[in-house]
Design a protein around this ligand. Structure first.
Ligand SMILES: Cc1cc2nc3c(=O)[nH]c(=O)nc-3n(C[C@H](O)[C@H](O)[C@H](O)COP(=O)(O)OP(=O)(O)OC[C@H]3O[C@@H](n4cnc5c(N)ncnc54)[C@H](O)[C@@H]3O)c2cc1C
Length: 340
C-alpha cells in the first residue's frame, strides 16, 4: 500500500495553514487504517520550524522545496513541483485544502495525471468497493464523501481505477488533532531546480495587495448566528450586542447574507465556513441541511425560533420558542447584569 500525501499550504505569516494541519490529522487516521506512511509536501522560502509544526500531527516524511522564487504562491511552479513529486513517490491518496490555492492546484494536477478528484469533501473514509457490473472488488480505497444535488443527498464518490485518488476538503471540516507530540519523521530537502523550470516563472509579480481577515468566526468559542428570521440588518445589531457581551462572534445563514443582513464572510454552512464552537446560539434560523452542515458539530446549540417545529430544534440542546427580537434584549440585559 502506497503513502498518503498532503499538500501543506503556507500562510502569509509563513506558517503551515490550519486547513493543512486539519488534513494531516485526518490523513494520519486514514494512513493508520491502511498501514501506510503519511507524507507532506511543503513549498516555500526559508520556512522555519516546519518539522515542529507537522510531526505532532503524525507526518512521517516532509518533502520540502525551498527557493526564494517560491516565497509566494504561483500556479505553474507549484503545479510542476507537486506533479513531479507525485510521479516520483506514487502516493495512493493526495489531499488539498479547498482554499483558493487548493482549488487552483487540485483540478489542474488531477487533469494532468488523468485521475479523479472530488471537491469539497465533508468526510473521507477507507473501505471496499464492488463494481456492480463486473463484480470486481476494490479493497481499501478512498471514500470521498460530500453533499450533492444541493445538499439533498450525501454522495460517496470513489476512483477505483486511477491513482492517486485526490480530494479537496474545506477549512474547518476535519478536526485538527495532535497525534503524538513526540512523533518524529524525516525531512527531505528537495532541490527546486529538479522540479521547476524557468518557464514556470513566466508570470512576474509586480505588487501584492493583502487584506487582513476582518472576522474570525472559525476560531470563536461562542457564535451568535442569525438567519432570515431576524428580519433586517438593524435587528442583526442585537446579535452583535449579545456577542460582544458574552465574548463571541456573529455568524449568519446564507439567506441572511443574501438579504444583506450580514457580510459574506460570516456565512456558516455548506458553502460558507464550518465551525465547532463551544456554544452556538441560532436566532431566527430554520436549520436547513446546508446550514447544519457547517455547525452541527457545535458542543452546545441554543435555538431561538418562533416555530416549535423548525428543523434546527431537533439538533438543539435548548430551544426557546418566541420572537428573537423580544428574547435577545432580555438575554443581553441578563448577561450584562450577571457580569457586573
Ligand atoms: C447548494 C446550496 C448551498 C447552500 N449553502 C448554504 C450555506 O452554506 N449556509 C446556509 O445557511 N444556507 C445555505 N443554503 C441555503 C439553505 O438551503 C437555506 O435556504 C438557508 O439556510 C435558510 O436560511 P434561514 O434559516 O436564515 O432562513 P429560513 O429558512 O427562511 O428560516 C427563517 C427561520 O426564522 C424563524 N423566524 C421567523 N421570524 C422569527 C422571529 N421573529 N424570531 C425567531 N425566529 C423567527 C422562522 O420560523 C424560520 O425557522 C444553501 C442552499 C443550497 C441549494
Amino acid at each position: 500500500m502506497n503513502n498518503i500525501l498532503v499538500f501543506c499550504e503556507i500562510t502569509e505569516e509563513q506558517q503551515i495553514a490550519e486547513v493543512s494541519l486539519e488534513l494531516c490529522s485526518k490523513a494520519r487516521k486514514l494512513a493508520d487504517k491502511l498501514g501506510s506512511r503519511l507524507d507532506a509536501i511543503v513549498i516555500g522560502n526559508d520556512l522555519k520550524n516546519i518539522e515542529e509544526q507537522l510531526y505532532p500531527y503524525g507526518v512521517d516524511s516532509i518533502f520540502y522545496v525551498n527557493d526564494p522564487r517560491l516565497s509566494f504562491y504561483q500556479t505553474l511552479p507549484y503545479f510542476s513541483t507537486i506533479t513531479k513529486l507525485i510521479q516520483e513517490e506514487t502516493p495512493d491518496i493526495v489531499l488539498f485544502g479547498a482554499t483558493a490555492v487548493g482549488r487552483d492546484l487540485g483540478p489542474r494536477i488531477a487533469s494532468y495525471l488523468r485521475c479523479g478528484l472530488t471537491a469539497d469533501c465533508t468526510s473521507l473514509e477507507i473501505g471496499n468497493h464492488t463494481d456492480v457490473k463486473t463484480g470486481r472488488v476494490y479493497e481499501n480505497i478512498l471514500y470521498q464523501i460530500r453533499p450533492a444535488f444541493g445538499g439533498n443527498i450525501i454522495a460517496t464518490i470513489v476512483s477505483p481505477e486511477t491513482r492517486p485518488q485526490m480530494a479537496t476538503v474545506r477549512e474547518g471540516v476535519m478536526k485538527k488533532e495532535i497525534y503524538n507530540n513526540n512523533h518524529k519523521g524525516e525531512l527531505h530537502n528537495l532541490k527546486a531546480e529538479n522540479y521547476i523550470s524557468d518557464s514556470d516563472f513566466c508570470i512576474e509579480i509586480i505588487s501584492r495587495q493583502i487584506e487582513a481577515q476582518k472576522v474570525n468566526i472559525k476560531g470563536a468559542p461562542i457564535i451568535v448566528a442569525g438567519g432570515y428570521g431576524m428580519g433586517s440588518k438593524e435587528n442583526f445589531a442585537l446579535l452583535h450586542e449579545l456577542a460582544d457581551v458574552i465574548g463571541g462572534e456573529v455568524g449568519a445563514t446564507r439567506a441572511a447574507v443574501d438579504a444583506g443582513f450580514a457580510e459574506n464572510e460570516r456565512q456558516i454552512g455548506q458553502t460558507g465556513i464550518t465551525v465547532r464552537p463551544k456554544l452556538y446560539i441560532a436566532c431566527g434560523i430554520s436549520g436547513a441541511v446546508q446550514h447544519r452542515a457547517g455547525m452541527d458539530q457545535s458542543s452546545m446549540i441554543i435555538s431561538i425560533n418562533t416555530d416549535p417545529n423548525a428543523p434546527i430544534n431537533s439538533i438543539a440542546d435548548y430551544t426557546i420558542i418566541g420572537d428573537a427580537m423580544d428574547i435577545l434584549p432580555k438575554m443581553i440585559k441578563s448577561y450584562k447584569s450577571n457580569m457586573l
